[in-house]
Write a protein that binds this ligand. Structure first.
Ligand code: ASP
Length: 309
């Protein structure tokens, strides 16, 4: 029996390290995944997830998150939730409801409050300063207001052969109030089937949700592809299709793991990610698009790990 965990971006390293210890000791994939994501949400240093996440155009932090249990296909999700310290916990709690599993805005916030989840103002002084600076810059230039986003996405396999997937994100910096990305959307932001494997996405939500790439990667693994083959096939084909149809494709990075703990990744930008399995301790890798429909993956150096988020 094997365990494994894979997560987007270097920011997941501390959470993955904690979850890896738990998985090794037999903790279930639901708890390990929730703990891994909470560690990222709680760290104000990471400006695209949870506390310290960058706000929308009005200076309000609106967060998206989702949780999926691959044994029973239980899904819970929240979008544009405010002032809730751990959106992933709200999403996980919703996943055990019979109805009302995806809540948005005030309804999501009220649910979390009623469920007893901790509430805090998620806008840190640092994030407010960055927001005010961006407002000033935008007055004087035609700078893209949306530079600044990243989602923590995790796929987890436990010793009982159960798998989970989850995401948490503050979405695009300076987004419109009420804007929802791919992260809480099943099939686009995440998907997992314990009989096959799981995947999660990060990048430009407006493009990611056109491709349902997480579902597609799991489907391809189910057809017999390795995780790396499935990721390469789904992501680069879709990238090319977007370029054909629209002339360009937004950033997109996908991670996946199958039920044997084998993993894959594909991306059209430089993309750090974190893996821990029975065979390897928590490791940060950096992926880049290679020649044709392939991905180049290297272990990150210590300097790269210190530099990147
Ligand atoms: N996919 C997220 C969104 O569009 C942002 C990201 O992962 O970079 O909301």
């Amino acid at each position: 029996m094997k365990w494994g965990i894979i997560a987007t971006w270097r920011m997941a390293l501390e959470g993955v390290s904690q979850a890896a210890k738990e998985l090794e000791q037999g903790v279930n994939a639901g708890d390990a995944l929730e703990h891994a994501i909470r560690v990222v949400e709680d760290n104000p240093r990471y400006r695209s997830v949870g506390y310290g996440g960058l706000p929308n155009e009005h200076g309000i932090v609106e967060l998206d998150a989702a949780f999926m249990d691959g044994d029973h296909f239980d899904i819970g999700a929240v979008a544009a939730i405010q002032d809730v310290k751990n959106p992933i916990s709200a999403a996980r709690k919703l996943s055990s409801n019979q109805f009302n599993r995806f809540l948005v805005g005030q309804g999501a916030t009220a649910f979390a409050q009623k469920a007893g989840l901790e509430r805090i103002n998620m806008l840190t002084d640092e994030a407010r300063t960055i927001w005010q600076k961006r407002l000033e810059e935008m007055k004087n230039s035609d700078l893209s207001p949306y530079d600044g986003h990243d989602t923590v996405g995790v796929v987890c396999l436990d010793l009982m052969e159960s798998m989970t997937a989850g995401t948490s994100s503050s979405g695009l910096f300076m987004k419109k109030s009420g804007r929802v990305g791919d992260s809480p959307l099943s099939g686009s932001g995440f998907y997992v089937d314990s009989e096959i494997g799981g995947a999660t996405a990060t990048g430009l939500g407006e493009d990611l949700l056109k491709g349902c790439l997480c579902y597609e990667i799991v489907r391809l693994m189910g057809e017999g592809m390795t995780p790396q083959e499935a990721a390469d096939r789904a992501v680069y084909r879709f990238h090319d299709k977007l370029v054909r149809k629209k002339g360009k494709a937004g950033a997109m990075s996908l991670i996946c793991m199958n039920k044997h703990g084998e993993w894959g990744v594909a991306t059209n930008v430089e993309f750090p990610f974190v893996v821990a399995t029975e065979e390897e301790g928590p490791t940060v890798y950096i992926a880049n698009k290679g020649a044709g429909h392939s991905t180049m993956i290297e272990r990150a150096t210590r300097e790269q790990i210190e530099k990147c988020e």
